[in-house]
Ligand binder design. Structure first.
Ligand SMILES: [Zn+2]
Length: 526
């Protein structure tokens, strides 16, 4: 029999329930109490506003959330963190991370390199890469006790394209496009926040813009792109930024230019034009942002840097053909020049690890050959990852100062002894605060913090993160603004950042007094 809903009775039940929850919230002990917030010269940056908030009080954390700010009862708090003299801020969000490529390894699951810098959330599967099956990836991340930081997944365009079309250098047929759209939609159902592309790399570079628009529209959310050309290899960096704007505009998604830069001396100074184009697009309502890591060197594969778009098999065949060998060598030589010459390229990891850390000109000299021949020899012998010095400080600063530029690392998780990787793995966020805020004064502290917390949370749609307020999810960092610094250098890239007193992930203390606690409180966001 149909019975009308009894509002009066329901209201009583709600009042009783609210009263119970409120009462137990006041009496149950806190999981974590951060005390002396704002005291002793410390500051609270809530991530939300233009100015730094100041307060003398306590932040209470219970059941993963911030439950009280101000004066609260800290008796019985399970853990107390003293923030006197410290900066308290929302946990940092790394919007372009390669961390997922190795985080499932047992030694890397706590993600110490991220925690040491205050990073509590990473966005994975950048540059069009990562797996196509995100449900399986999620299960791997959640298995075996989980991981130390939160993770947001993207679906990689290059991975989708190669699953459907292999390495085909052509536009998809209608049937292939339908299949790709299906994979993208499945990934979104499995929790993807959008699509990444890496159209400098194969097979992503085989896609025309309309393919990217169609797939980005199906993905919705964000479209992040390692653009077609960050220098002057191909269409040029400005046209490549324009392509992100076009995809964002036509697909009606939030376009993000990944690790924005002007690569190579020929392109230095073009940040001005790139910024003008992004500003103009934003003025007419296009959703477009960028991210950036604060270093003058980038990192990629030797093959992509020296012979972009050429496969190893192709390179081998051309080298063996006396008629084609000179053009291959000339192409490699020109691309090495574009990046700043052979001394600007350092080997990070390769089969012969005695080369790790060495510059290409020195490698060539030792082998008695030309830099282009030495590079191709390494490529044919299994390849290498490189650190490539190719940016100007003026461009870095200009891009960094934009209010639409978010912080990223582009870094991976790595172990000492396995390679000489880019120091950004262990330093990007600490360097932004220590070098670009404190030492070089390019950014103010509140600006830097907003662009690594609330801005990315808003752009990606991470609800209740990237800010400190009652009810928000408790991703919180406590650090010393006077000492925070990156310790990873190009020669010694495995040194963790210092200056972070505490890092709280989903209400649990994952980093304390300069050390990991071993707590793995990260979740895969949806
Ligand atoms: Zn990239």
């Amino acid at each position: 029999m149909f019975r009308p809903f009894d509002f009066a009775q329901a209201r009583v039940a709600v009042i009783v329930a609210v009263a119970f929850v409120t009462l137990s919230a006041q009496t149950a002990p806190l999981d974590v109490a951060i005390i002396n917030v704002g005291a002793g010269g410390g500051q609270l940056f809530n991530g939300l506003g233009g100015v730094a908030g100041r307060m003398d009080g306590t932040i209470g954390i219970r059941n993963g959330h911030i439950v009280s700010m101000g004066a609260v009862d800290i008796r019985n708090a399970r853990e107390v963190i003293d923030a006197a003299g410290m900066v308290v801020a929302p946990g940092f969000i790394d919007v372009h991370s390669h961390g997922l490529e190795t985080i499932a390894r047992p030694q890397l699951r706590t993600a110490d390199a991220e925690l040491a810098q205050g990073v509590t959330t990473i966005v994975g599967n950048p540059d069009g890469g990562g797996p196509v099956d995100l449900a399986k990836q999620r299960a791997t991340l959640e298995a075996d006790g989980g991981i130390g930081v939160n993770v947001a997944l993207l679906i990689g365009h290059g991975s989708v394209r190669s699953a459907v079309m292999g390495g085909a250098n052509r536009a998809p047929t209608a049937d292939e496009l339908t299949k790709m759209l299906g994979l993208v939609k499945q990934a979104v159902a499995d929790g993807a926040f959008g699509m990444s592309s890496g159209i400098f790399y194969t097979p992503g570079r085989y896609a025309k813009t309309d393919e990217l628009v169609a797939l980005a529209r199906a993905a919705g959310g964000v479209y992040t792109s390692h653009i077609r050309d960050e220098g002057n290899y191909d269409v040029g960096v400005v046209a490549s930024v324009d392509e992100v704007i076009r995809v964002a505009e036509e697909a009606k998604v939030a376009g993000i230019v990944s690790h924005m830069k002007a690569l190579g001396p020929d392109s230095w100074g073009l940040s001005k034009t790139m910024i003008e184009h992004v500003d103009a697009a934003r003025k007419r309502g296009v959703l477009v942002w960028a991210d950036q890591y604060p270093y003058e060197a980038s990192s990629t594969s030797l093959l992509a840097a020296v012979l972009p778009g050429v496969s190893v098999a192709d390179a081998r065949a051309r080298l063996a053909d006396a008629a084609k060998k000179p053009t291959l060598l000339a192409e490699a030589k020109e691309n090495i020049r574009r990046r700043g010459g052979p001394h600007s390229i350092a080997i990070a990891s390769t089969k012969d690890m005695s080369l790790a850390g060495k510059r290409l000109d020195d490698v060539a000299k030792a082998k008695g050959t030309s830099p282009e021949q030495a590079a191709i020899d390494i490529i044919l012998d299994g390849g290498a990852s490189i650190v490539s010095f190719n940016m100007s400080e003026d461009d870095i600063r200009a891009i960094m100062r934009q209010d639409w530029t978010m912080a990223s690392s582009d870094g991976a998780l790595s172990l000492p002894g396995e390679s000489v990787p880019h120091p950004r793995n262990n330093g990007a966020f600490a360097r932004r605060l220590g070098v670009y805020v404190r030492e070089r004064k390019v950014l103010t502290m509140w600006w830097a913090i907003n662009n690594m917390t609330s801005l990315p949370a808003r752009v990606f749609g991470f609800t209740d993160r990237g800010m400190i307020r009652d009810g928000a999810i408790a991703d919180v960092v406590v650090f010393d603004a006077a000492t925070i610094i990156d310790r990873a250098t190009y020669d010694q890239p495995h040194q963790l950042a210092t200056g972070m007193r505490a890092v709280i992930v989903n209400g649990r203390v994952a980093w304390k007094d300069g050390k990991p606690t071993g707590v793995r409180a990260g979740v895969v966001l949806r």
